[in-house]
Ligand binder design. Structure first.
Ligand SMILES: Cc1cc2nc3c(=O)[nH]c(=O)nc-3n(C[C@H](O)[C@H](O)[C@H](O)COP(=O)(O)OP(=O)(O)OC[C@H]3O[C@@H](n4cnc5c(N)ncnc54)[C@H](O)[C@@H]3O)c2cc1C
Length: 391
């Protein structure tokens, strides 16, 4: 560890030991100082170079990886402080970001990685030398992930990988991909799958972007054509990657289950309704009360389940419930907002109202896929009903 890293580590240690109110004040002050106007667009999500620059800035200033333990270079925050960390971002309206290395792969490396994998890969996630994307879905293996067909065949000290992944978020920005591949024979389809870590610049890999409904190319396809991957890049045990795959999905549903976007949609709806003069309409006001009470339920559920998850409780269908409640509420709120407000859009030409409409329209577009990624709503209902009916 060099001198700068030592100083940064001691500041992080200090922050985790602050009283909650002091921690909140320190984080708030830092955000207010470092977020320029481009960083205050909560309906947007950072991507590309600005995303990496922001993550590096958080790292240098000791605000990176709030949930990671201190021994791995994270902030080691208690659950209460992690909620405060999030609350302050939401209060200020900071542009959202996603780093799958931090939120999904990091915890799996800590649980299943070799000493060498942890020592090399975790610091490279923190300083953004490596930026990871998730290669799970394939053209015929989405909800039914176990039917994946990308293969990795052992050849000396390497695996030779062939196949295709799709809907890979941030594939154009990524330096690496963590992926599920078929490595062995199986009786049950969940067997014979391994979890492989692959440098995306390896010869034989081709990436192709897919443009989404909002006009962004945030996801894409990845083709593997005789790609040679060292066997040291295997995470966990050969043929038993399904266990890692499943526990990673729990982390994914925890972050997707946040009611933040539903809250944002409701705030925008409120604010625009006032500007358009419909806030006092009794029918509108009744709908708003309905959304507000559903949001309260989503918030309570989220705080309760995340707290139990962090405390080590074994949860399963509860994640599905949380994902379902938050994402469907977000989608319905955004849909209603566009339905009632669009007729007023043309009549408002002042700059702040125009910007708000622009942001709302964007929010509506990004609300469409939330009931698909991380497991579709139908699949979540399946999981919940199986658990309730014990079938
Ligand atoms: C914005 C976005 C980002 C994504 N990012 C990534 C990523 O980074 N990495 C990655 O690996 N994947 C990613 N995905 C893929 C995502 O995980 C899949 O789209 C999702 O799992 C659904 O799979 P599918 O698209 O193959 O649909 P299918 O599984 O083919 O489903 C089609 C329809 O059938 C329904 N259905 C399927 N099975 C059942 C069932 N058993 N019971 C009832 N209904 C069912 C589904 O609900 C859906 O309506 C992303 C998707 C989106 C939209």
């Amino acid at each position: 560890m060099n001198r700068l890293e030592e100083i940064s580590a001691s500041v992080v240690a200090h922050r985790s030991e602050l009283a909650d109110a002091e921690f909140r004040a320190a984080w708030r002050a830092w955000l207010e100082e470092h977020c320029d106007v481009q960083m205050l667009r909560p309906a947007r999500r950072l991507a590309g170079a600005p995303l990496k620059a922001w993550l590096r800035k958080l790292n240098v200033h000791g605000w990176r990886a709030p949930g990671w333990p201190r021994e791995h270079g994270g902030m080691g925050l208690s659950f209460a402080k992690q909620l405060i960390y999030r609350e302050e971002l939401e209060r200020l309206g900071v542009t959202r970001w996603l780093d799958l290395g931090e939120t999904l792969l990091g915890p799996m490396l800590m649980r299943h990685g070799t000493q060498e994998q942890k020592a090399t890969l975790l610091p490279r996630i923190l300083d953004c030398s490596d930026f990871w994307c998730q290669g799970y879905s394939e053209p015929n293996a989405g909800s039914d992930l176990a039917s994946l067909r990308t293969t990795a065949v052992r050849d000396g000290d390497d695996f030779i990988v062939n196949g295709q992944k799709i809907w890979t978020t941030f594939v154009q920005d990524a330096t690496h991909i963590f992926t599920l591949v078929r490595t062995g024979r199986y009786e049950r389809r969940q067997q014979g799958i391994s979890f492989l870590l692959i440098d995306i610049e390896t010869p034989g890999i081709t990436r192709r972007g897919i443009r989404n409904i909002a006009g962004d190319s945030e996801f894409g396809e990845v083709f593997f054509d005789d790609v040679r991957v060292p066997s040291s890049q295997l995470l966990g045990t050969l043929d038993e990657g399904w266990t890692i795959a499943k526990s990673l999905l729990e982390f994914e549903r925890t972050s997707i289950g946040s009611p933040f976007l539903a809250d944002l949609a409701l705030k925008m709806l409120n604010s625009l309704a006032e500007r358009c003069g419909i806030a006092d309409d009794p029918v509108f006001a009744a709908r708003m009360k309905g959304f507000a009470s559903e949001l309260d339920v989503a918030r309570l559920l989220y705080a309760d389940l995340c707290g139990r998850f962090v405390a080590g409780e074994k949860l399963d269908s509860e994640f599905s419930m949380m994902k379902l409640v938050s994402t469907e509420l977000f989608q319905r709120t955004a849909e209603y907002a566009v339905e009632v407000l669009t007729p007023y859009q043309a009549g408002h030409h002042d700059q702040p109202t125009r910007v708000l409409f622009e942001e709302l329209n964007h929010l509506y577009l990004i609300s469409r896929p939330v009931t698909i990624f991380g497991g579709t709503s139908e699949v979540q209902r399946d999981i919940i009903s199986r658990s309730l009916l014990a079938v």
